[in-house]
Design a protein around this ligand. Structure first.
Ligand code: ZN
Length: 674
């Protein structure tokens, strides 16, 4: 599981509106287009690492970049072809690049890169080019034929295929469709299923599941489910020799190099991952995860593989991602204090005792410095990750959770002085608290969410964990957020010395309620519902507490000068409400109560008040901020002597388009059609 930036807009920034703002965010923003800004991040401490660790990072960094094409193809089967056509034109079109149509073309390509495909990375809606099909076709015709990859030829028939895919809003409209009452598999434009219906997919995996297996395999995680020529349903497994083999072979190549410089458990862990990539055997994947979660000592760590299932409305299929990092020892003292008290937090939570873990095992938490982001972590990246996802491994072996501090630092730096809080937070005393404690509370929220929240609780006997279906992700995020919110206000945190002031938590409460009820709507287009799991979760929590606390005016909507504000009147009661909802959400998960989960999400997490939405969009537009951010990576360059790596140097990159073109040149291994 992973978490993104909590307050969508809080961390946004601007460098257009005033000179002052430009100065404040100077150097952190490398590109801006549409609703997106691209930042750079720093990797403090890399230069001081010992050579063996630098080599390990270098090899793992290569492995993290080699899976980029996989994600494009997972997101939609036309993505690779589209990206390559666009890039060929971008590289070699000889005509006029100063006209508005070209600018629109460039913007579209930047959006495709950012989303790893033609659907918005967050809303999963297809975005339509702001140029005509005729203009696009004229660009392709004017570009020399030889520039286009062989497997796109003949271009005329390709263009015919791509025309509706790119320009017709009804075609491939949504990458992840999960509205009530539709066939979520047929309606989703992702490439996880081909020719099968939701009912067929559900029946297929229901038949595979063994309810008595105490170590249930994550069926479907690493395969495409298709109907073959004989009308039978089968899986195309992502492994060496299977689907995506050319990219996976490269990943394995670099992992083998990495294993060569790793030692102990880490070496064994990387070898298990290689074995899994070779066989596609999900028992091997579990073995790898068990080794990985137990390796808490290695300074360098990584995520590499088919990991998160947010892109599949049924939650079976995992998108490919890569992340390489090393521990921030100083900041990790904070999370160690928290994870050392994991049992105390579990015992004192408001959850029904039968759904608490009797013995919290192996919760480890650390603060890390990201060295490279790949696959589904790039360019948009989580700020916290908790893995592995399999419930039984979490219960038996624990989980590892991280807060990515050099990324949150970059967000905070880029957001300085952007005017957002002045616009949306009414009371000066709340703003002062946020100014003072906002960053530490955000980091702590991430620590608690990942390390304790996702790791807490247990299922009732006989409950598998997939009963909540399309509501599962939202409710799981709600559970983790509520755990974090509840404990942020606990005197225990002051006692443990991780928070300096018993009032500090109010900064997070005020921001969370404002964001959940109002400002996160800046990410939603007019007329649309809230769909992404983390956003639904935040809305669900905020709206539920608002309604349940209405009689006591715990949280109120206030009007001033024609503007709406969310104001928390009673922080103590709000904490009680968080606790009540945590108890209920844990019950729903533990019992696999689909109907109750559905009611909670549909009632509080989905529907948007159009008037408030319009107001928020209008106020936000005036601030000239982008609601989404992502990152360019640094580049690692080995220094060679007599065929040996004697050092690895880090180079910071500040050209987003150039980095994307470089990745497409150096790390593109899959055919356009897979
Ligand atoms: Zn989470």
């Amino acid at each position: 599981m992973s978490i993104g930036i909590v307050a969508a807009a809080f961390f946004s920034s601007s460098c257009h509106e005033t000179e002052e703002r430009q100065d404040a965010s100077h150097g952190w923003i490398v590109d801006r287009f549409d609703d997106i800004k691209v930042l750079r991040y720093e990797v403090p401490g890399f230069d001081q690492l010992p050579l063996e660790q630098k080599k390990l990072i270098y090899y793992l960094n290569q492995a993290a970049l080699c899976g980029r094409d996989i994600l494009y193809d997972q997101n939609n089967k036309y993505n690779l072809a589209i990206r390559r056509v666009l890039e060929s034109v971008y590289a070699a079109y000889p005509g006029d690049r100063s006209v508005p149509e070209w600018k629109a073309f460039e913007k579209y390509l930047k959006k495709v890169w950012f989303a790893n495909g033609i659907h918005h990375h967050y809303s999963t809606d297809k975005f339509i080019p702001e140029f005509t099909p005729e203009y696009f076709e004229s660009l392709v015709r004017a570009t020399p034929d030889s520039v286009f990859p062989q497997d796109l030829q003949p271009l005329s028939s390709l263009l015919e295929t791509l025309r509706p895919v790119m320009f017709d809003s009804a075609c491939c409209a949504k990458r992840v469709a999960q509205q009530e009452g539709i066939d979520m598999i047929v309606q989703s434009a992702n490439n996880y299923y081909d020719g099968v219906t939701q009912a067929e997919a559900e029946a297929y995996y229901a038949a595979k599941a063994d309810p008595n297996d105490p170590e249930p395999v994550s069926y479907g995680l690493n395969s495409q489910l298709v109907k073959n020529g004989r009308g039978e349903i089968e899986e195309r497994v992502w492994r060496v020799g299977g689907m995506y083999s050319p990219a996976i072979e490269k990943i394995v190549y670099w992992l083998e190099k990495a294993a060569g410089v790793a030692n102990g458990t880490q070496k064994e862990t990387i070898e298990a991952l290689i074995a899994y990539y070779r066989t596609g055997d999900l028992r091997e994947y579990d073995r790898y995860n068990i080794l990985w979660v137990q390796d808490t000592l290695s300074h360098v760590d990584f995520v590499n593989g088919f990991t998160e299932t947010y892109g599949d409305p049924l939650g079976y299929k995992a998108s490919w991602e890569g992340l390489v990092n090393f521990r921030d020892d100083e900041a990790t003292k904070r999370t160690e204090v928290i994870s050392d008290s994991a049992q105390w937090f579990e015992d004192h939570s408001p959850v029904d005792p039968q759904y608490k873990k009797k013995q919290v095992k192996g919760v480890s938490a650390k603060v890390i410095t990201a060295a490279i982001l790949g696959g589904d972590c790039y360019p948009a990246t989580p700020i916290g990750i908790n893995l592995p996802n399999a419930d039984w491994i979490r219960k038996e072996y624990g989980s590892k959770s991280v807060t990515i501090q050099n990324i949150t630092h970059a967000y905070a730096e880029a957001a300085k002085g952007n005017g957002f809080m002045e616009e949306f937070m009414l009371r000066p005393e709340d703003r002062a608290l946020i100014e003072r404690y906002g960053t530490i509370c955000d980091d702590l929220h991430t620590d608690l969410h990942e390390c304790l929240g996702h790791g807490s609780g247990q299922l009732a006997p006989g409950v598998r964990g997939d009963e909540l279906k399309n509501y599962g992700s939202t409710l799981e995020e709600a559970r983790a957020d509520l755990f974090a919110l509840y404990y942020l206000a606990d005197p225990k945190l002051v006692e443990l010395g991780v928070i300096p002031d018993p009032e500090a938590y109010k900064a997070e409460y005020a921001t969370y309620m404002m964001n959940g009820m109002m400002t996160q709507l800046t990410r939603i287009q007019p007329g649309k519902d809230v769909e992404e799991a983390h956003m639904r979760n935040r809305k669900l929590i905020a709206e539920w507490c608002y309604e349940k606390g209405a009689a006591d005016s715990v949280v109120v909507k206030m009007q001033q000068d024609g503007k709406t504000y969310i104001v928390v009147n009673d922080y103590v009661k709000l904490r009680e409400l968080f606790g009540q909802l945590l108890r209920e959400v844990q019950r729903i998960k533990s019992e696999g109560d689909f109907e109750a989960g559905k009611a909670l999400v549909e009632t509080y997490g989905v529907k948007v008040d159009p008037a408030l939405h319009g107001e928020v969009l209008e106020r936000y537009a005036r601030l000239n901020l982008e609601p989404y951010s992502g990152f360019v990576n640094p580049r690692y360059r080995p220094v060679m002597e007599n065929g040996e790596i004697i050092d690895v140097q880090i180079e910071y990159v500040d050209d987003y388009a150039a980095q994307m073109m470089e990745y497409s040149k150096n790390y593109s291994f899959l055919p356009s059609k897979n």
